[in-house]
Ligand binder design. Structure first.
Ligand SMILES: Cc1cc2nc3c(=O)[nH]c(=O)nc-3n(C[C@H](O)[C@H](O)[C@H](O)COP(=O)(O)OP(=O)(O)OC[C@H]3O[C@@H](n4cnc5c(N)ncnc54)[C@H](O)[C@@H]3O)c2cc1C
Length: 454
């Protein structure tokens, strides 16, 4: 085994996908590349340049790790890069709902995640600015299985990353600083090893940008900046001993925070993930500091008494959520974007893990076809973008509508008081918020209006 590689060397490339023009040794001279070493296959030049890997994936979060796993298990030579070292934290609400679980199942790690420390979620509690609240179960009648979890990202992402790196090569603490291009074609990445303070260039047929909300790959591809009306800011803290916590996810549309909501999500033991999110444009217009707003909310009822004995662990941290209501370009000559780098967060619920996993899977599918056909042009990669919008587009559009409605306090008060009295409305809202089935397939806004007026 090459001294550059640590780990399982048993993976065999699939001829179908694997007629490589990868550069033979010498391998990159920086820190050790870990993971599965795929022996160099038949030398068959279909690119003008020799490559080190078939695919380089930038970012080992849910989007990147899922993509790496789906490709690696088909025998594609993948290098997964992350500037962090796993396990690493990611500022998040930690809610892993039906859509995420579906892909975790396809990846074969749903049970593994379920066995990790987590908060099992059985329902959703929603409260309106006027204090009216209702709870909806997430299980269908007769179903006993938990439909969602809250898993700290330090745990979830590590499971995903470890699963991916069983079938691909990887480097941690390596930051991508730019893209290598030949004319308009992306042919690799410029990296900086953060441990050794050294820079290097690595080449691949395809580069997949899964590097999150502040994606360097997207910036280098000159994707236009997301407008503040399609971007969200959210802060979260880990609290112990919050009273009244159940196995429900809690979403509170609090008076002072509209448009935006306050959440309490149950975690393992006595811990909770508590946070506040708001559309960036609204936050900027009102000149709000979300950490201060969250603290203010905790000093008022109904939360004051519930947090009387609560203890904050660590800091309250914030990050951005690029909403999928802004349709970004996702394919380029030699590159694709997935997850937050592709702006795919649900504009109503703030859920982005499921869409990152889904887009990672769809990008892997298109990458396999590109490797098979030896065509890495934007035109050939275009079906990936089409598939993302086919799978997620209608739901993202509907969520954007719901987000706009949620800015109107009287409307939320009205909807929630109707839901309190009518279980059908409550169930419809629950389907819209947390189900595995795309939202537009369960209920349209018109359908909801009809229900409300029934
Ligand atoms: C406060 C908050 C609460 C949220 N709550 C939820 C929730 O409850 N449920 C939910 O589903 N979603 C939630 N989200 C959204 C969710 O966190 C993201 O949508 C999700 O993490 C996207 O996954 P990703 O793989 O695209 O990116 P990320 O998880 O951000 O992973 C990107 C990875 O790329 C690496 N990276 C970045 N730049 C570089 C570089 N230049 N070189 C190398 N590596 C790089 C990073 O280290 C990171 O590991 C929340 C977000 C926030 C901010």
């Amino acid at each position: 085994m090459s001294p550059f590689f640590e780990g399982d060397n048993t993976q065999k490339p699939l001829d179908k996908y694997y007629k490589s023009s990868r550069r033979p040794s010498p391998l990159p001279p920086l820190g050790p590349i870990k993971g599965v070493y795929l022996p160099i296959g038949a030398s068959f030049n279909y690119m003008s340049h020799p490559v080190d890997f078939d695919v380089i994936i930038v970012g080992g979060g849910p989007g990147g790790s899922a993509c790496a796993r789906f490709l690696g298990e088909k025998g594609v030579s993948v290098l997964l890069l992350d500037k962090a070292s796993f396990p690493r934290d990611k500022t998040c609400g930690d809610a892993v709902s039906g859509k995420s679980l579906k892909v975790l199942q396809e990846l074969g790690i749903k049970e593994k995640v379920a066995a990790k420390p987590n908060g099992k979620v059985k329902g959703v509690l929603l409260s309106a600015p006027n204090g009216k609240s209702f709870v909806v179960s997430m299980s269908k009648p007769g179903e006993v299985e938990t439909n969602a979890y809250c898993v700290r990202r330090e745990i979830l992402d590590n499971v995903l990353f470890e699963h991916a790196t069983k079938v691909c090569q990887f480097r941690e603490r390596v930051q991508v600083t730019g893209l290598l291009k030949e004319h308009s074609q992306v042919v690799g990445v410029k990296v900086k090893d953060l441990s050794l303070e050294k820079e290097q260039e690595l080449r691949a047929h395809l580069v997949i940008g899964a590097d999150g909300a502040t994606s360097v790959v997207a910036r280098e591809l000159q994707v236009s900046q997301i407008p503040s009306e399609h971007n969200c800011v959210a802060v979260r803290g880990y609290y112990e001993n919050v009273s009244g916590v159940t196995d429900n996810i809690e979403l509170h549309f609090v008076d002072d925070l509209i448009p935006g909501y306050f959440w309490i999500f149950p975690l393992e033991g006595n811990m909770c993930n508590v946070g506040v999110g708001m559309v960036m444009q609204d936050m900027q217009q009102r000149k709000l500091n979300l950490v201060d707003e969250m603290k203010k909310a905790l000093e008022k009822e109904p939360f004051k008494s519930r947090f009387a004995h609560a203890k904050l662990h660590g800091d309250i941290k914030g990050w951005t959520l690029p909403f999928g209501s802004y349709k970004k370009k996702l394919v380029f000559d030699g590159a694709m974007l997935v997850g937050d780098a592709a702006c795919l967060v649900d504009p109503f619920t703030g859920e982005g893990i499921g869409n990152a996993l889904t887009s990672g899977k769809l990008a892997a599918q298109q990458a396999l076809l590109a490797l098979e056909k030896k065509d890495f042009s934007q035109t050939f990669l275009q079906p990936y973008e089409a598939n993302v919008w086919k799978e997620l587009g209608a739901e993202l559009d509907l969520s954007y509508q719901l987000q706009k409605y949620s800015k109107h306090k009287p409307l939320i008060n009205f909807i929630f008081s109707r839901a309190q009295k009518n279980p059908k409305i409550a169930a419809a809202l629950s389907e819209m918020l947390v189900n595995e089935t795309p939202r537009e397939k369960t209920l349209s806004p018109l359908g909801l209006v009809k229900l409300l007026l029934s």
